[in-house]
Ligand binder design. Sequence first.
Ligand SMILES: [Zn+2]
Ligand SMILES: [Zn+2]
Length: 373
Amino acid sequence: MMIITGSVLETVGAPIPFADSTPIAVRQLTLDPPGPTECLVQIEAAGICHSDLSVVTGDRVRPVPMLLGHEAAGRVVEIGSEVTDVRVGQRVIMTFLPRCETCKACRTGGRVPCEIGSVRNNAGQLFSGDVRLHDDHGDVLHHLGVSAFADHAVVDQRSLVPIADDVPADIAALFGCAVLTGGGAVWNIAKPAPGSSLAVLGLGGVGMAAVLTALAEPDVEVIAIDPLAAKRDLAARLGAHRTLTPEEAVTEGLRVDAVVEASGHPSAVGTGVDLLAAGGVLAITGLTAPDATTTISPLRLVGLALTISGCYLGSSVPRRDIPRFIELWREGRLPLAGIISHRIPMSALAEEINPAMDRLDRGEALRQIITVD
Ligand SMILES: [Zn+2]
Ligand SMILES: [Zn+2]
């Protein structure tokens, strides 16, 4: 058992601004040693993702108290007795959906989220079903098997992807969620052919990762769409061929071969369908509130032979896809540093974590990375 400092969400749906209502408390808690298939990881960097904010607001329903953070990189400092595929000292990326590799879902090549992993994630448990975080009042739950807004985390080896030492920690963290989700949607669902066009709806961390991944494909026209001018400007600087507001895209009658939806707004699904040319594919990555609905035209789907495909985690298999993304980054073709908007030292978490959620809520931040001083 060790004492760690972590960012614990204590209340869901607190009033905005979170800087005043402080739903997240940075405090000490105890972390049990790793179980047989688990590793103790020293966190090097963690990204703040919209899915963290969705837990704070209650759009994504999770039990509390919960130690947040699901996009991170670190170094393994202790391993359980049955850990076979990572060693002490190994650098790792943490991913937010552990895969058992044996259930029916895990045999779909990343298409369907692991059944056991999903059950454990929803319950705030590690893959084993155990909870390793505690305070004076009892258990503190794990966020998506990772809980990385802390100096250390215990995670199952099924949540880890080993990486080499040359990838800086802040970049490495991004591969775990933003790149797997946005880039995975491009590679695994949209699959743009040379000469085709691809639009990304919603330019947060996931959307920007989709833009960068699509730009790395040969001869694909990439259109970046967001209501916020600052995000469109950044997409243009990163190389997007065109930028538009959603209204402009609809009004001008834009038609593309693939759309990656990364906004989390239910209405964006309808917009995505409107923007597709015949035979087009819409990949939906955003997580809306559970009761959200939207309206689409069935006639367009049939008449234009459109495909709508939900894709959790970009339909990625982390150990298959992350090494390919890292190779692309090494070649200089995935300039991920451009999507980091803020750096927050771990030592300033207590003052910064709630304001960071406000910045994300107001659309003022892309990827905010918590770094070790
Ligand atoms: Zn995320
Ligand atoms: Zn599985």
